[in-house]
Design a protein around this ligand. Structure first.
Ligand SMILES: Cc1cc2nc3c(=O)[nH]c(=O)nc-3n(C[C@H](O)[C@H](O)[C@H](O)COP(=O)(O)O)c2cc1C
Length: 174
């Protein structure tokens, strides 16, 4: 199979991690992958907070309802629309930052790492909590918290292809 497709199918949400720390060089590579993503008018309205501090990771685990995972690292994907100079481009910050985040999830597979995306924006309570833990200013919105670590669980590669969700030429046509 094509190696890129193989990696895409292999990416699964990993929710159990070993204690092995993630090498800083690998975290940097993930961020390079993130910032290779396309963005509207190439405005790149993203910023990232990398968290490896055990105290802060413990706060994520304790304070986020769905955040109780034992990863040794997390990358908070943030949107800062004020980085976009164009008012129309600014509206696309969620898509731009989602694509950057997905690049992290995919690149991690190639580096032997596991990840899971913990949703933050647009749930006001989650946004407030992540802001508090990471010291984000108001103009910067945490979109998602991506846990990163070496997997302690195995999941099978798969697509979830469903041809009923695909319409050719017009809606309703298979
Ligand atoms: C926007 C978004 C928010 C998510 N939030 C959570 C979450 O809070 N906790 C969690 O364990 N998984 C979360 N996930 C992961 C999904 O549950 C997971 O992608 C889905 O069940 C499909 O499984 P897979 O990633 O193994 O293909 C989230 C995924 C996305 C895209």
């Amino acid at each position: 199979m094509d190696p890129i497709l193989e990696i895409i199918f292999k990416r699964r949400s990993i929710r159990k991690y070993t204690d092995q720390p993630v090498e800083p060089e690998k975290l940097e590579l993930l961020l390079q992958a993130a910032m290779a993503a396309p963005s509207a008018m190439n405005c790149k309205p993203w910023e990232f907070v990398v968290v490896t501090d055990p105290g802060k990771l413990a706060q994520f685990r304790q304070r986020l309802v769905f955040g109780d995972r034992n990863a040794p690292a997390a990358i908070v994907v943030c949107g800062n629309p004020s980085l976009s100079t164009n008012p129309t481009a600014r509206l696309f910050w969620v898509q731009d930052c989602s694509l950057a985040g997905e690049n992290i999830l995919i690149a991690a597979v190639g580096l032997g790492l596991g990840t899971v995306w913990i949703g933050v924006h647009p749930v006001a309570e989650f946004v407030r909590t992540v802001r508090e833990i990471t010291g984000l200013p108001k103009r910067v919105t945490p979109l998602g918290l991506l846990y990163v670590g070496y997997p302690a669980e195995e999941k099978s590669a798969r697509t979830q292809y469903d041809k009923k969700r695909v319409h050719w030429q017009e809606y309703g046509q298979e």
